[in-house]
Design a protein around this ligand. Structure first.
Ligand SMILES: [Zn+2]
Length: 493
């Protein structure tokens, strides 16, 4: 591929950034999985040092000039075009604020987050409220400053995570989804009463780790180009071209958590392991938006991992790794055990039917909050009402209510919808794969590599594009909730 002049000039900066981020990833992984309690402080300082080195590059005057030049370059190839667009977005943000304004905003966020860490375990919403109000006020100011013609303040938040999205579009997707999910969840809960779901036994970490490795192998995660370790909050990261690592956590009393965490994080890492050489050559790896990334993780976790076709593989591995008794459960019951519907307070590890409702609740609240239609002090009551109305769950405290996620304390406004959008994209991709190959057959014969190959050739290779352009390339249609609604109805109705 021919490169533009601007690309050749920016290349040394990009190579340096890539090395710095690689180093930072290794330190972060070590911090989360290996470092002892007393070594965390020193190692965090080391991490911050390398992150600051990376940040220096994006503030370099020459670098900024080249980015602006590249953005205007008519000869840029599609990958370069997207690369410069993305680099410009970061610069554009910094250009709208003075350094003092920016630092003040960052400080408001870190104060708010620090206070959240103190107040949340104590269920102390009132103690957190003044810090949160201050941060929300700053976030509203930032949003108003970033607004372009025709945008609402919250639109700018959505656009920062999923370029091109706005609240009118998300409403048109989430409203029909909500109307379907609320009655479907009630129906599925009723239906579930007729199944006898066996009680879970507890298994030690050694057995569960064996299970983790089997799950990663089943989806053809390449262990030679990665690693698996344990961390309090599971994650995955693309370190480098031949290194995409994952972590899991072990709940001794519920072994399903580790299984679906490994399929989720493994699903993320499969995408990283299958980026094309061309993407690395053009420095557009690692540009997929969070919705695109969540599409792939939730695809392997749910659409494959919780499917009937995958159950014999899962059951045999569970029987061999954990307990031969699990192999004796009849297949239909085992399937229901892996697909148990349990609406509850917490978003993480929510079942497939409740999950999007947790997200829609957050979306509806944060949209009104950033647009100034409601205030922070109104949130606990609205939260309780929505959990009652949508999920049939009674919220008894703020700790496991509106204070449960870190997103709002860290000002990650507009991030939540990405999780649900990933589900919707995934169902569209499933429909497309089914038109082109025997999807269920590939899972049944334990040949998930055939599905990974399809994704490498027709999906992962485009994931540097903006979400709307990417989904058009992959399935030929714009985002719609229909395929996901159909998928859930077929499965749970
Ligand atoms: Zn994820």
């Amino acid at each position: 591929m021919e490169h533009s002049e601007a690309y050749m000039k920016i290349l040394p900066y990009l190579e340096k950034m890539r090395r710095l981020r690689h180093t930072a990833s290794i330190i972060y992984y070590d911090l989360a999985c290996v470092a002892g309690k007393d070594s965390i402080k020193d190692e965090s300082e080391l991490l911050n040092h390398w992150l600051a080195e990376a940040a220096k590059i994006s503030q370099d005057k020459d670098f900024i000039a080249i980015v602006k030049e590249g953005k205007e370059d008519k000869n840029a190839n599609p990958m370069e075009k997207r690369l410069f667009e993305n680099l410009y977005k970061e610069i554009e943000f910094m250009e709208k604020f003075t350094l003092d304004e920016y630092l003040e905003y960052r400080n408001t966020i870190s104060d708010c987050n620090e206070q959240w860490r103190i107040c949340r375990p104590k269920n102390d919403f009132k103690g957190w409220l003044p810090y949160w109000k201050k941060q929300v006020e700053s976030s509203r100011k930032v949003a108003r400053k970033m607004m372009k013609e025709g945008q609402t303040p919250y639109d700018t938040c959505l656009d920062s995570y999923e370029p091109g999205n706005n609240e009118a579009f998300i409403d048109s997707i989430f409203n029909p989804l909500k109307e379907t999910l609320i009655p479907l969840l009630k129906k599925a809960k009723e239906k579930q009463k007729s199944y006898a779901i066996p009680a879970l036994k507890s298994y030690d970490k050694i057995k569960q780790k064996d299970m983790s490795l089997r799950m990663l192998k089943a989806i053809h995660y390449d262990m030679d180009k990665g690693a698996l370790m344990e961390s309090a909050h599971p994650f995955s990261d693309a370190f480098a071209k031949n290194d995409a690592r994952v972590t899991t956590k072990f709940l001794l009393e519920d072994w399903r958590s580790n299984v679906f965490t490994c399929l989720h994080e493994g699903g993320h890492a499969l995408e990283f392991q299958n980026w094309t050489d061309e993407m690395f050559e053009n420095h557009v790896e690692n540009m997929a938006t969070s919705a695109i990334c969540e599409t792939h993780s939730r695809f392997f976790e749910n659409i494959i991992g919780r499917s009937k076709a995958f159950m014999p593989i899962l059951q045999k591995d569970a029987s061999d790794a954990l307990d031969s008794e699990l192999g004796k459960i009849d297949p239909e019951t085992f399937y229901h055990l892996m697909n148990e519907i349990q609406p509850w307070l917490i978003r993480c590890e929510a079942d497939e039917l409740s999950y999007c409702l947790h997200i829609i609740i957050r979306y509806e609240i944060e949209k009104d909050l950033i647009n100034g239609k409601i205030e922070c002090e109104d949130v606990p009551a609205i939260w309780k009402q929505k959990y009652h109305d949508y999920l049939g769950v009674e919220v008894t405290n703020d700790k496991d209510g509106c204070m449960q996620d870190t997103h709002w304390s860290e000002a990650l406004w507009g991030y939540f919808p990405s999780y649900a959008l990933g589900n919707l994209y995934g169902a569209m991709i499933k429909e497309k794969i089914e038109q082109e190959m025997d999807f269920e057959g590939a899972i049944k014969e334990n040949r998930i590599d055939k599905i990974v190959k399809w994704m490498r050739e027709k999906d992962y290779c485009y994931d540097y594009l903006k979400p709307n352009d990417w989904i058009m390339k992959v399935v030929g249609k714009p985002l719609s909730a229909e395929p996901y609604i159909k998928y859930l109805k077929d499965k749970f109705e």
